[in-house]
Design a protein around this ligand. Structure first.
Ligand code: FAD
Ligand code: NAD
Length: 473
């Protein structure tokens, strides 16, 4: 039935799929990648991450941060008076769109460089080796591959009480494309998307209310850090309503009326826009997995082992369609691993050391275990914290909020968890991921010279602190 024969076919060109395709091609395998995302008449590479996720959200986080610094008068302390501030949302969005285009075009040129064939269309399985592809024009084609990597990613979870049929109620892509700053913005879910996109629009002037079902804020983060983050975000004006359930929404006079319940009773509030950010679900239902015999769970996650191998010998699945956190870097590392396993190498991902970052200001980043998790395991641990208040560089930046918190084994001194709330935490965490990958002790970090003045010195100090010898505290 096939028109073409490949050694590897990758379904989906997000950060999982496109990286898997590049690694497979590097290893000399004849590779095709099939992607259904089309903008205008062009196939769009990069998946959720490049198009409606990581990249556009960070572009807007940066733009909104610049605006806030100027508009809030925060720069006055530097002697910078910027009283005549204007905001051009159209231009801000155009910049974001340009970055997205440049990123996706970059991936297209990498495909060319590595001779990866790109096919446009929606894939479904005909058998474990045969794929059927429906093109934009509805035309069907097929291809055959020895090995297949499924990387079809995820889509937002919708709520029956908040239908996306109305322009006032949006998921992440809508929230990244408002044409003006909503006066009042509601967000269902105070998770990563809620906090990042809530921050963007708050900084640009919206009144933002976040409705979170759980009583605990950021439950997967270290709770000492989470409490500091919550306090900081509340101070910035994010109205975070924990332990709160939205029970109904209604469109009235172009506004979204939200009914919600908490321990104080039932309330109503009206918003110009409502973002639904209550998590994402794997996108696997279009794949006809049954035809290949690929097993999945009741929520649609494809079942895989530690090397992303499915129950079918020639099929792998990576990224948001499989267990584990929905993160671009995790998807990419799994893509590399799957391609290497196909090529007969020993692919490996260290699932214990996946860094997490929340790009609020200050940023939040962590790797390894939280204090509570280690205590639950009965580990004998020691902890140390170094506040950015005591960092010369943080003072020079006028950004002294937050801390570095390290957790180590009390006997062996091995670092078991690293938690940062502070300026540039997203960059700082890399040192600790590397240290923990090498199973470094606190003493190893303490013996490593850190440039002065840098924010990274806070990591050095916290490592010194684990053995009671901080210099600057
Ligand atoms: P995706 O990126 O979703 O790519 C899947 C691709 O498969 C898509 O292009 C899709 O069109 C295609 N596809 C699906 N079905 C088919 C089919 N049947 N046939 C052909 N093609 C198909 N993660 C981070 O690590 N850092 C961040 O800062 C970050 N920010 C985010 C911000 C937002 C607003 C959102 C929504 C997500 C963010 N994420 C972030 C998460 C990150 O985007 C995902 O974890 C990542 O994109 C998953 O990669 P993937 O390759 O598994 O899937
Ligand atoms: P999330 O899981 O981070 O947060 C969803 C939140 O919604 C949770 O706190 C949950 O308790 C809450 N919730 C669920 N149902 C609710 C309801 N009915 N009412 C009120 N609250 C409810 O999911 P997300 O923010 O949608 O993000 C999706 C995925 O994208 C995440 O897995 C995340 O890893 C990824 N992402 C990562 C980054 C990053 O790495 N910086 C940024 C954005 C998104």
């Amino acid at each position: 039935m096939s028109d073409d024969n490949y050694q590897v076919a990758v379904i989906g060109a997000g950060p999982g799929g496109y990286v898997a395709a590049i690694r497979a091609a590097q290893l000399g395998l004849k590779t095709v990648c099939i992607e259904k995302w089309v903008e205008g008449d062009k196939i769009q590479l990069g998946g959720t991450c490049s198009n409606v996720g990581c990249i556009p959200s960070k572009a807007l986080l940066d733009s909104s941060e610049h605006y806030y610094r100027l508009a809030s008068g925060e720069l006055g302390v530097h002697g910078i008076d910027a009283s005549e501030i204007t905001l051009n949302v159209e231009k801000m969005m155009a910049r974001k769109n340009k970055i997205v285009r440049s990123n996706t075009m970059g991936i297209a040129s990498l495909f060319k460089k590595h001779n990866i064939e790109l096919v446009c269309g929606q894939v479904s399985f005909a058998s474990a080796n045969d794929l059927e592809i429906t093109g934009q024009d509805g035309k069907m084609s097929s291809l055959r591959a020895d090995h297949i990597i499924i990387a079809t990613g995820s889509v937002p979870i919708g709520l029956p009480i908040a239908s996306f049929d109305y322009p006032q109620i949006v998921e992440n892509s809508g929230a990244l494309s408002f044409d003006r700053v909503p006066e009042r913005l509601g967000v269902i879910g105070a998770g990563v998307i809620g906090l990042e996109l809530g921050s963007v629009w708050r900084r640009l002037g919206s009144e933002v209310v976040l409705f979170e079902a759980l009583a605990e804020f950021l439950p997967t983060a270290d709770q000492q850090i989470a409490k500091a983050v919550e306090k900081s975000l509340r101070k910035q004006g994010l109205d975070i309503q924990l332990n709160t359930r939205v029970t109904a929404t209604e469109i009235e006079n172009n506004q979204v009326k939200v009914r919600y319940e908490n321990q104080q009773g039932t309330h109503e509030a009206s918003f110009d826009k409502l973002i639904v950010a209550v998590g994402r679900r794997p996108l696997t239902e279009e794949l006809n997995l049954g035809a290949a015999g690929v097993q999945h769970d009741e929520r649609g996650y494809i079942l895989v082992d530690d090397q992303c191998h499915t129950n079918v010998s020639n099929i792998y699945a990576i990224g948001d369609v499989v267990r584990g956190p929905m993160l671009a870097h995790k998807a990419s590392e799994e893509g590399v691993m799957a391609a290497e396993c196909i090529a007969g190498l020993k692919g490996h991902v260290n699932y214990a050391l996946i860094p997490n970052v929340i790009y609020t200001w200050p940023e939040v980043a962590w790797v390894g275990k939280t204090e509570a998790a280690l205590k639950d395991e009965g580990r004998n641990i020691k902890t140390a914290q170094f506040p950015f208040m005591a960092s010369g560089r943080a003072k020079a930046m006028e950004s002294t909020e937050g801390m570095v918190k390290l957790l180590a084994d009390a006997q062996s001194d091995e670092i078991l968890g690293a938690h940062i709330f502070g300026p540039n935490a997203s960059e700082l965490i890399a040192e600790l991921v590397l240290a923990m990958e090498y199973r470094a002790t606190a003493e190893d970090i303490a013996l490593t010279m850190h440039a002065h003045p840098t924010l990274a010195e806070a990591i050095h100090e916290a490592a010194l602190g684990l053995n009671d010898r901080m210099i600057h505290m």
